[in-house]
Design a protein around this ligand. Structure first.
Ligand SMILES: [Mn+2]
Length: 450
């Protein structure tokens, strides 16, 4: 058999065309296609999330995406994989089947295998895999669209769906291994395409994904026996390699085509793959994704510090997110207009102020205390006062009639003098008792602090 040249594949992913991302997605995907065409790739794969959500046919995003894919199809055969169902509602990709172009566009929205012929046509397996490989193939692609969790829940019950997904996907991937071995023996490159989460991968925000409801592990993916695994879903490029008796195998996320959110680390781009029957390599070709800058202040934004930071790191043309957090009473002291003026050269500015609510400390435990005596003790504990003088007042209230207490109080020489100075009046008497109590408390609490 004549050794075949490695297949060169451009792998784009997570384009997220939609009104919010249109400028970024279109600029980056456009640049990526130009680069792939210049490199003379043999085939192109879009591994899911071509759209951000359902698009109307008259939306500029739909027209832009269709136009870009058509440009790609005029250069080489194109494979589009179904991504996350909420991003690409069922049927979203169907229109691309009718797109035309010099080469065919295959839409993979069900589990199956697809052979690429020397003439650049796609040959689709009747079932979920080929029993026997068709004649004249130059490569074998196995397609596993995004798992429809709703369908799994409907089949297995909602309680079992999360954990069972990984097991079923693993079984399916193992089931593909014999056909990949068969293709390898015929000298064909084998590629597995899917859209989902690999246990242990890292998101674009640096978060490791280590839940138990993920579709894949690197082990289950390598067990499929394909030379190259082209993944979508996670927006950060990353790859895993393994040397096997069948040569080097590689799993990789292309990552999103552009930078769609603040705080996304790393380069954005697409992957150029070279896949042979017993080899696989990929490398990231960067796209002109937008530059984002994060600035945050612990308290109120300090205009002087911001000015200095902008000299050290200019933000001209960048997308800036400025965050701060202030206590409630300072919420209106932030001069947003001045901030915007300082950041005038940025392509976009997102101001995110966080207001810390004022937390009033209450007497902890006072709600749990049953008796009034215990409530007073809890209060005294919080403010650092002695409870005893208050307890005696409480006892007096419980034991004596109010009028009697007032009478006693008025009989005390100091109080009588004070009442004389203010002039007579029964109504004022109870007020005086309150004053006396309050002074008592102050005195006590002062003593405790000393
Ligand atoms: Mn995505």
């Amino acid at each position: 058999m004549t050794p075949r040249r490695a297949l060169r594949v451009a792998h784009f992913s997570d384009l997220h065309f939609g009104p919010r991302n249109l400028a970024e997605a279109d600029r980056c995907f456009g640049a990526a296609i130009k680069r792939a065409v210049d490199a003379g790739v043999d085939a192109a794969v879009i591994s899911g999330d071509s759209t951000d959500h359902a698009l109307d046919l008259h939306s500029p995003s739909a027209a832009a995406l269709v136009s870009r894919v058509r440009r790609l199809a005029d250069h080489c055969p194109v494979m589009m994989l179904q991504g996350t169902w909420s991003h690409e509602p069922p049927g979203t990709l169907s229109v691309f089947r009718e797109l035309g172009g010099r080469h065919a566009v295959h839409v993979a929205d069900r589990i199956g295998q697809v052979g690429l012929t020397a003439a650049g046509d796609w040959v689709v397996s009747p079932g979920w895999y080929f029993d026997a490989l068709p004649e004249g193939l130059v490569a074998l692609f196995s397609c596993l669209p995004s798992v429809n969790r709703a369908a799994i829940a409907a089949a297995l019950g909602a309680a079992d769906a999360a954990g069972a997904t990984g097991e079923h996907v693993s079984a399916l991937l193992r089931g593909l291994a014999p056909s990949h071995a068969m293709a390898r023996q015929l000298g064909l490159p084998t590629l597995l395409l899917s859209h989902g989460t690999v246990f242990g991968c890292t998101t674009e925000h640096g978060v490791p994904m280590a839940g138990f409801d993920h579709e894949f592990t690197t082990g289950s993916l390598f067990d499929a026996g394909a030379q190259a695994v082209l993944l979508g879903h996670i927006h950060r490029h990353q790859c895993w390699e393994r040397d096997t008796s069948g040569g080097r195998r590689c799993i990789a996320y292309a990552g999103s085509i552009g930078r769609f959110h603040h705080g996304e680390a790393g380069d954005k781009g697409f992957l150029l793959w070279r896949v042979g029957p017993d080899s696989a390599t990929c490398h990231l070709e960067a796209t002109p994704a937008r530059r984002t800058v994060d600035i945050s202040f612990d308290g109120k934004p300090d205009l002087g510090a911001l000015r200095a930071a902008l000299v050290a790191q200019p933000v001209e043309g960048a997308w800036v997110r400025l965050r701060w957090s202030v206590p409630e009473e300072e919420r209106n002291d932030v001069d947003r207009a001045a901030l915007r003026e300082l950041l005038a050269g940025a392509a976009g500015v997102q101001l995110e102020g966080r207001v810390l609510p004022v937390v009033r400390v209450r007497s902890g435990g006072i709600g749990q205390a049953g008796a009034m005596r215990d409530k007073v003790a809890a209060w005294a504990g919080v403010v650092g006062a002695r409870p005893e003088p208050l307890w005696s007042c409480l006892d007096e209230l419980a034991a004596d009639e109010t009028q009697r207490i007032v009478g006693d109080a008025l009989a005390e020489p100091d109080v009588a003098a004070a009442v004389d100075a203010q002039g007579p009046g029964g109504e004022a008497s109870s007020g005086l008792k309150e004053v006396e109590l309050a002074e008592d408390c102050l005195e006590v609490s002062g003593g405790a602090h000393a």
